[in-house]
Design a protein around this ligand. Structure first.
Ligand code: ADP
Ligand code: MG
Length: 562
């Protein structure tokens, strides 16, 4: 396909190079001898060649656009698929806003240059070299004009181009910035409204927007210089050619037709140089984008499957941490150190601790969202690093701290946990999650639409839907990361009771802040600044663990647990 475009462009250039010679023939021979037949014949040939050239040009345009669009599509798909395999570390590194710009705007930049390259890569050298050959063959002496004009033109191009490239690089970074501000604004609109920060955000957006605009204007100012200067050089060379040409005609060293052809070749040569100039400007711009795309594609996910993955014994959920130490990249001290515990099949293991004590971090290690530095995380006695991510995560019903719903119906959202779930399974999961009652009160029941980001359901409803989504999996291991925090105490208690029935065969790990949520757990782990401060049942911990006693006594007044 690419070769075909090159062929089309080649033919187009060829016909355009041939036309001035034919014209010279008409003027020199036809008009010179008053031969009307000859004029009509050659004129007809010229028309034919022009028509062919137009056809070639249109076809080349069409095919190069098709190629570039296909290329863009493939790169976007590659980016998307690659990013899907990122661990959370890579997302932290590049940032969501930049990932979006890279997948959309940057790909478009590369795509546009590709179209241009496809056409000009063949066209420019052909027209330039072909033009010079033809011009010299028409009149070698007059060609000396090029010796002066071409260096002047090249110098101007390099001067202007080098200024533009720097600005183009700056512009892409500013597009990222704008995207970031816009995204934060759109997702944080409630907070912005409630804190009356609309004005502040507007100014922030305006500043970023203005910054981008000014760079864009600067780039365009520089580029705007390009054309007039080029035209000036072009016109001055025409004057020079006509001047010296007429002298040569006066001396009968040259024919009028040849001068006319020569002038056209001169224009073709200079235009091809301008094309090269455009490429010099566009290519660095696209190369900035290409580098940004490559950064994403070449980023190796931290977490990859082991070469040989071992299978997992079915039907049992048994989680063990052995001396696990983990720190986030760049963090000073470990988020978790020397964590050892087991979460048994059929038991509820609760994790309690202050904010920032490492609870979410701990449970995120079970689905292997991050890799640990030392120790091991085992599921059914197999290290998670020896399992394929797919088979590992299949075992787990995970409810994140931040409930995330997708645009679509309620039933689609629950089915996200298990693709082939039946209607009964879905409504059963919803019932256990205490979501059935509010779903049935909604206008379309299970077919009600969840808005983008789940904004049309309350926080507690969102939590219950994401619990239902995990429950529908019938997983061996359930992880509830602070998933009951937005529920009132009564719903919390109902849910835990229903859950107990449902998860008899599974290991259940519940992260919580409220003592009432964990009080009946088979085992409670008290986390404090990334370390285990105590482990045992409620009554054991009340005796042995001061951190736990503190947590309990701080909540005593609101919940009569004592
Ligand atoms: P908890 O869930 O108990 O409130 P987390 O496990 O979320 O606490 O956080 C434990 C510690 O790890 C905190 O000090 C927090 O600042 C840090 N932390 C959490 N997530 C990240 C992250 N993605 N990158 C770096 N540090 C993090
Ligand atoms: Mg947390």
């Amino acid at each position: 396909m690419i070769a075909f475009v090159f062929l089309l462009v080649f033919l187009q250039s060829l016909s355009e190079l041939y036309l001035p010679t034919l014209m010279a023939d008409i003027v020199n021979i036809g008009i010179g001898k008053g031969d009307t037949n000859y004029i009509v014949k050659i004129g007809g040939l010229m028309l034919l060649i022009t028509a062919a050239s137009v056809v070639f040009s249109i076809a080349a345009s069409y095919y190069s656009s098709t190629i570039a669009a296909g290329f863009g599509k493939r790169i976007r798909r590659k980016l998307f698929n690659h990013v899907e395999h990122f661990s959370l570390n890579e997302f932290d590194k590049i940032g969501t806003a930049s990932l979006i710009t890279r997948t959309t705007n940057d790909v478009t930049q590369v795509q546009q240059v590709l179209i241009m390259m496809l056409r000009m890569m063949v066209m420019a050298p052909m027209m330039c070299i072909g033009g010079i050959i033809m011009a010299v063959s028409k009149d070698a002496t007059l060609s000396l004009v090029f010796v002066v004009v071409i260096p002047v033109l090249a110098a101007t191009i390099i001067f202007i181009g080098s200024k533009g490239v720097v600005l183009f690089k700056a512009m892409q970074i500013k597009v990222d910035k704008l995207n970031l501000v816009l995204r934060e604004n759109l997702t944080g609109i409630r907070v912005i409204r409630s804190f009356n920060r609309t004005g502040f955000e507007q100014r922030r957006f305006d500043a970023t927007n203005k910054d981008l605009t000014q760079t864009a204007i600067k780039v365009n100012k520089v580029m705007a210089f390009m054309m007039p200067i080029m035209m000036l050089i072009l016109n001055l060379s025409s004057v020079a050619i006509l001047w010296f040409g007429s002298i040569r005609i006066g001396n009968e060293d040259m024919q009028i037709g040849d001068l006319m052809a020569f002038l056209q070749y001169a224009m073709q040569i200079l235009f091809s140089l301008i094309m090269v100039a455009m490429m010099f400007i566009m290519v660095p711009r696209a190369s900035v984008s290409a580098v940004r795309i490559n950064e994403v594609i070449e980023m190796k996910p931290d977490i990859v499957d082991a070469e040989e993955t071992s299978g997992l014994a079915a039907g049992s959920g048994f989680v063990e941490f052995r001396e696990v130490t983990f720190s986030y990249p760049g963090a000073e001290k470990p988020a978790l150190s020397a964590i050892s515990f087991t979460a048994m099949n059929g038991e509820t293991t609760a994790i309690i601790g202050g904010t920032g004590s490492g609870k979410s971090t701990l449970v995120n290690l079970i689905p292997r969202f991050y890799d640990i530095q030392s120790g091991s995380v085992l599921i059914n006695d197999v290290d998670v690093r020896n399992l394929s991510q797919q088979s590992l995560r299949e075992k787990i019903g995970y409810v994140p701290q931040q409930a995330v719903l997708f645009t679509g119906t309620i039933s689609e959202n629950i089915r996200y946990g298990k693709e082939d779930a039946t209607e009964e399974e879905i409504s059963h999961a919803a019932e256990v999650a205490q979501a059935a009652s509010f779903i049935s009160e909604m206008l379309d029941g299970y077919q009600s639409i969840i808005a983008q980001g789940g904004t049309n359901v309350s926080g507690g409803q969102k939590q219950r839907l994401s619990i239902a989504r995990a429950l529908v999996r019938q997983a061996d291991i359930y992880i509830f990361d602070d998933s009951f925090s937005a529920l009132d105490l009564k719903t919390d208690a109902l849910l835990r009771a229903a859950l107990k029935e449902e998860t008899k065969q599974s290991a259940v790990i519940i992260v919580a802040q409220r003592v009432s949520t964990v009080i009946h757990a088979d085992k409670i782990i008290v986390l404090d600044e990334g370390e285990i401060a105590g482990m045992g049942t409620h009554s054991e911990l009340m005796q042995s663990c001061s951190v736990y006693r503190e947590i309990v006594s701080s909540q005593l007044s609101e919940e009569e647990i004592a």
